[in-house]
Design a protein around this ligand. Structure first.
Ligand SMILES: [Zn+2]
Length: 110
């Protein structure tokens, strides 16, 4: 199974919460078995820490923000060539290795 989204890709959020829709960010984590991805700066969650580790910061002590994961179907790859959120196709090279290409401008992505 080839996942269309990989770590380090820039993706656009195409569905999900109102605040996140249309945002772009870098994929920082892929969970292939759960078909979920974590995108930098998107789907922020708050977590309470039992201990405050940094001193001198008075804003919301004990609360840290982190990115929550989302279903992989909620994101679309942004093509590095045409800069559009696009569908991805696979094309095999002479060694049989699959490479992704942009279905919009047909540029090879990797
Ligand atoms: Zn493209």
């Amino acid at each position: 199974m080839n996942l269309k989204i990989r770590k380090g890709d820039i993706v656009e959020i195409i569905s999900g919460s109102f605040e996140d829709k249309g945002k772009r960010g870098e994929v920082i984590k892929v969970l292939p078995k759960k078909r979920r991805v974590t995108v930098q700066g998107v789907s922020m969650r708050k977590k309470h820490q039992s201990q405050v580790q940094t001193q001198g910061r008075s804003m919301n002590p004990g609360i840290i923000e982190f990115e929550g994961s989302m279903d992989i179907s909620n994101v679309m790859l942004v093509c590095p060539k045409c800069d559009e959120a696009t569908r991805i196709g696979f094309q095999r090279d002479e060694d049989g290795l699959p490479h992704r290409f942009c279905k919009r401008c047909e540029a090879m992505i990797d």
